[in-house]
Write a protein that binds this ligand. Structure first.
Ligand SMILES: [Fe+2]
Length: 332
């Protein structure tokens, strides 16, 4: 690389010390993808969010979609093959009994699927706003596996630690008893109130989008849509793939719940990945200043620099605060 060129990588060139899987298929979007459309989208307003309740800025009015196809049959079988190898690396946290995170550092297939421009463009259209694959490796390709205890929920009611994600079934949800993915038709605050009062969630406020098979996904603004993954009611296999995105526009503030992530992943890795996320955002602000200098408006230039600095100030403050925070959820 000529020294005068500055090149930023969407995915890093150095990885944590993770053992790669043995048999890693080559991701081929022409073969493995079969992108389809959802029938329905739910808006944030339908969930009860008024604009005053949107505490984290969002450029999209879409809360969630029902299911749409992502992978072809070949894509499903290649991903399943990778997921079975990554099952050796599951960890537990107070929300999820068995998940594998950081698979992008172990499998090139999963990495290429996670950052696929074809998928990213498709999802951007579904959510009416340009997206970028998340800059934090552990926010990509999160894998959930059914708990070893029958009936135990795969994941409790919660909202996510990022802006946008999709949840895709790697196994056929119709081949098992239970294991539904569910949305709460309400806001985070309403769910918190129900949980605090020990009340049952009214059945008419829970939606389980029908999923026709493996390779189908639902997309959502994960930090606003409260959701859960139910347990299996009889022996079977349930694997889901959850991939994270950020809104491309750096004027939309970052939403990364770093302290929550430190409860699920090694702190040093979370910190390195988060620094990357914020450095990338800072670079997005600086790009205009570097590539297209404004020769007539110094105030606008100062604003660009301030935005770039603000990302770094937020990141430094967050990284210097090592206090723990319990993993949040709304129970079963
Ligand atoms: Fe989630």
């Amino acid at each position: 690389m000529p020294v005068q060129d500055l090149i930023l990588q969407r995915f890093p060139e150095t990885f944590p010390d993770f053992q790669p899987i043995d048999d890693d298929p080559v991701f081929n979007p022409a073969v493995h993808l079969a992108l389809g459309q959802p029938e329905r989208r739910y808006s944030l307003a339908e969930l009860g969010y008024e604009s005053s309740q949107l505490t984290e800025p969002t450029p999209s009015a879409v809360a969630a979609t029902d299911c749409f196809q992502v992978l072809s049959d070949e894509g499903v079988s290649a991903l399943y093959h990778v997921c079975k190898q990554l099952e050796a690396y599951t960890t537990s946290n107070p929300r999820i009994a068995r998940n594998t995170r950081g698979g992008v550092y172990r499998s090139r297939f999963i990495r290429d699927l996670s950052v696929s421009p074809e998928v990213t463009e498709h999802l951007s259209a579904l959510i009416d706003s340009p997206l970028l694959p998340h800059a934090m490796g552990h926010q990509l390709a999160h894998l959930n596996y059914q708990p070893l205890t029958l009936g135990e929920n795969v994941d409790k009611w919660h909202y996510d630690t990022l802006q946008v994600d999709y949840v895709m079934f790697v196994t056929d949800p119709n081949a098992v008893d239970g294991g539904e993915f569910q949305y709460f038709l309400g806001t985070r605050d309403e769910m918190a109130e129900l949980h605090k009062a020990g009340k049952k969630i009214p059945a008419d406020r829970v939606v389980a989008p029908p999923i026709p098979g493996a390779g189908y996904a639902v997309l959502m603004q994960g930090n606003y849509v409260v959701h859960q993954a139910c347990g299996l009611q009889s022996e079977g296999e349930r694997i889901t793939f959850v991939n994270g995105y950020s809104f491309t526009n750096p004027a939309i503030e970052d939403f990364t719940a770093v302290k929550q992530l430190r409860m699920a992943d090694p702190a040093e890795i979370v910190n390195a990945e988060y620094a990357r996320q914020m450095a990338y955002r800072s670079a997005q602000h600086l790009q205009a200043c570097i590539n297209t200098p404004n020769y007539t408006d110094t105030d606008a230039t100062v604003e660009q620099l301030q935005r770039a600095r603000n990302e770094l100030d937020v990141a430094i403050k967050t990284l210097q605060d090592s206090e723990d925070e319990a993993l949040k959820h709304f129970g079963d």
